[in-house]
Design a protein around this ligand. Structure first.
Ligand SMILES: Cc1ncc(COP(=O)(O)O)c(C=O)c1O
Length: 401
């Protein structure tokens, strides 16, 4: 792999550095033969859904892996959030970060519960506990922390706030499967935590999600709610929904689980390669993981500081995308700028200066088993070229991207 001359960048119309697109969130795939064997068994049994044996097997394996009392599989992370909110009797208003995927606020707004957006800390990019109490009103019933990029929230401080104000505490752990906080697996905190096992997550079940909780009552309600509220044959105890995971999804989950350590090893290796390659570049700050904890390393996110790097995050994104490196502006422009939150009053009672800064600087890079260290070295060569541009080159680039 050679150094790309500035003149050969694809933004000028040259050949892209990669002849196939490098995506963020390209699915990790486990053993195809094992998946095929599970499908054969499903065919034989004719048991396709409704709490089938593979769903039960995956539930038990995941609960054991996390050391949590109850793990309830559902058909995606959004439904997991909706069910967790109902099972925890959340109503009125909930405080959450805007710096998240829209599924977090939508899951509550969908049920007439109003998301109130709080600001995040500069690192990690999670709800700032010191700014939560100013948002509490008589209508507040819950706080929802999001462990963004798999990096846990300040759980202790959020727990103290929830206790002091008699609020429910839920965590959107869609990014944090396989991570730990103070040595304990994510999945064990708050009243409940939810996971997403969507295809783009490092551990996937095609589509899928789960509610993890150590609360017996909440677990029983959530399990009934995912199945239309049935609490027994011909007996409906709660309003419910169809949140059931089917057997093919559970089969994929079991296949992914068998390769979990491998996926994490690859992600860790990729993260260290990015870290090494970007270490000396001004204005590019790779978000670090606390390696004394368990991490899944599934999101590689850097903050691009324009005044130090010499180009903006969006300029870097356009150059890299032209090279077939499909970097993403996660979670631009912030949920509070999307609908219905931007047009209906009251969702953002206080300014969100840190969120505004992060959504303008954060860039997500490709990783996972579809990305090799050589790919990463090539990506970082392009970034190095950009950061080292002469004033004339910078001027030329700014005219076209
Ligand atoms: C932070 C966050 N929460 C919730 C979700 C929703 O999960 P799902 O796509 O499984 O519905 C996602 C999805 O990608 C997410 O990133």
């Amino acid at each position: 792999m050679g150094q790309i001359p500035f003149e050969n960048l694809a933004v000028w119309g040259g050949q892209p550095a990669f002849n196939h697109p490098l995506h963020v969130g390209r699915p990790n795939l486990g053993s195809r033969a094992q998946f095929a064997a599970y499908i054969d068994a499903i065919w034989e049994r004719r048991w396709l859904t409704n709490n089938g044996p593979l769903v039960q097997e995956l539930e038990a394996a995941l609960a054991d892996f996390l050391g949590v009392k109850h793990l309830i599989l559902v058909n995606n992370g959004t439904i997991a959030l909706e069910i967790a909110a109902r099972a925890a009797d959340v109503t009125g208003e909930v405080i959450m970060p805007s710096m998240t995927f829209p599924a977090t606020p939508h899951a509550f707004q969908w049920q007439g519960i109003k998301p109130i957006f709080g600001d995040i800390t500069p690192y990690p990019h999670n709800l700032d506990p010191d700014k939560v109490e100013a948002l509490i009103t008589p209508r507040t019933t819950a706080v929802v922390g999001v462990h963004l990029w798999g990096i846990p929230c300040n759980i202790e401080k959020l727990e103290a706030i929830a206790r002091r104000h008699h609020l429910r505490l839920l965590f959107d752990a869609a990014h944090a499967f396989g991570c730990s906080y103070n040595g304990r697996a994510i999945g064990n905190f708050g009243d409940a935590e939810i996971f997403s096992f969507h295809a783009t997550k490092f551990f996937n079940s095609l589509e899928g999600g789960a509610i993890a909780t150590n609360d017996d009552q909440l677990a029983a309600k959530a399990a009934a709610m995912r199945n239309f509220g049935f609490t027994g044959t011909d007996h409906v105890g709660f309003v419910g929904i169809n949140g059931k995971m089917d057997e093919t999804a559970a089969a994929m989950g079991l296949v992914s689980l068998a390769s979990l350590d491998h996926f994490i090893d690859v992600n860790r290796r990729n993260y260290h390669t990015y870290q090494q390659e970007l270490a000396d570049l001004p204005g590019i700050r790779l978000l670090p993981f606390d390696e004394s904890q368990r991490n899944n390393f599934q999101y590689i996110v850097a903050e691009i500081n324009e005044s130090e790097a010499g180009l903006s995050r969006d300029e870097m994104m356009r150059v890299l995308q032209a090279e077939n490196v499909l970097v993403r502006r996660y979670f631009y422009p912030g949920c509070h700028r999307g609908e219905p939150y931007a047009s209906t009053p009251g969702h953002t009672p206080l300014p969100l200066p840190v969120t505004e800064k992060v959504v303008d600087q954060a860039l997500g890079f490709p990783t996972g088993t579809a990305v090799s260290p050589a790919d990463i070295q090539q990506i970082c060569q392009i970034i190095r070229l950009l950061v080292n541009m002469t004033p004339q080159q910078r001027q030329r680039l700014s005219q076209i991207v």
